[in-house]
Design a protein around this ligand. Structure first.
Ligand code: NAD
Length: 270
């Protein structure tokens, strides 16, 4: 028996096989979930997503730009018509203009700020509003965040602000939807090589740095996030809501990352 037997999961954010959403999709599918996929990006992305959907026998693949209320209405209406309910909603979506990642933080433009916050944070509210009526007996909503929401990370700039908003939204949604039995949580993943990550300047350095300094001395993979997403989607997490759960090999607990040699060097000063 699978942990997701009989459950329906609507997943936003599969762009290709490296997407975190694909790692989550595979894990939920393995445990028996019926998967519904929603992507954005026109024909180019459809060509990538359709073969993946076929691989897992997914019969619901729809396009929706999360900036469009009409597109979201249409997708959720189709879900309601064909399935009547969902048990899990996965939000694995983010976007920022390249100009607003890197450079100086003070140079973030008003339009770039609005765009990043709309796609990467507000969309969780827009999706949850539409998902809640499809979860009359409760359910699980989750999104993907990053430690830059809490501590300054080089170049992450406007996306850090979007993630801070996403984490606050997680708590407010948890409170709002909790009485209906809907849990809302976020997974804070360590850096992973994906299409979105490639847009962050210096990501290769960040990957190496995280692997070198995280307590587990390992880099996080899509399937590591998939396992924790499975926990959040399943009844195992029935009393967990409003949380940010780290899947970062422990990186977030580290304060000082100097090696013995560097510490010895600094001890010599003064
Ligand atoms: P990805 O590029 O595979 O996924 C990002 C997804 O967002 C894509 O499927 C893309 O089509 C979608 N998207 C962008 N704009 C959209 C729009 N307007 N409407 C609908 N969908 C849109 O990259 P990923 O790394 O798997 O990112 C998934 C999530 O994980 C993001 O929220 C990202 O910030 C977060 N995250 C990633 C990392 C990492 O290092 N890769 C770490 C922590 C958190």
């Amino acid at each position: 028996m699978g942990l997701m037997d009989g459950k329906i999961a609507l997943i936003f954010g599969v762009a290709n096989k490296n997407s975190i959403a694909w790692g989550i999709t595979q894990r939920l599918k393995e445990e028996g979930a019926t998967i519904l996929l929603c992507y954005a990006g026109g024909d180019a992305l459809r060509k990538r997503v359709l073969p993946l959907a076929e691989e897992i026998g997914c019969e619901f693949v729809e396009e929706a730009d999360v900036q469009s209320d009409e597109a979201l209405d249409a997708v959720f209406a189709k879900v309601a018509e064909r399935y009547g309910r969902i048990d899990t909603l996965v939000h694995s979506v983010a976007f920022a203009n390249r100009d607003d990642l890197g450079g100086r933080f003070v140079d973030i433009s008003r339009d770039g700020f609005k765009l990043a916050l709309d796609i990467s944070a507000y969309s969780l509210i827009a999706m949850s509003k539409r998902a809640a009526p499809l979860m009359p007996e409760g359910g699980s909503i989750m999104s993907m965040t990053y430690y830059a929401a809490e501590k300054v990370m080089p170049k992450y700039h406007v996306m850090a602000i979007a993630k801070a908003a996403l984490e606050a939204i997680t708590k407010y949604l948890a409170n709002d939807l909790g009485p209906q039995g809907i849990r809302v949580n976020a997974i804070s993943a360590g850096p992973i090589k994906t299409l979105a990550a490639a847009g962050v300047p210096g990501i290769r350095m960040m990957l190496k740095y995280a692997e070198r300094n995280a307590p587990l001395r390992a880099s996080v993979k899509q399937e590591d996030v998939g396992d924790v997403a499975l926990f959040l989607a399943s009844d195992l997490s029935r009393m967990v809501t409003g949380e940010v759960i780290y899947v970062d090999a422990g990186y977030h607990v580290i304060g000082l990352t100097l090696g013995e040699d560097e510490m010895a060097e600094l001890n010599k000063v003064d």
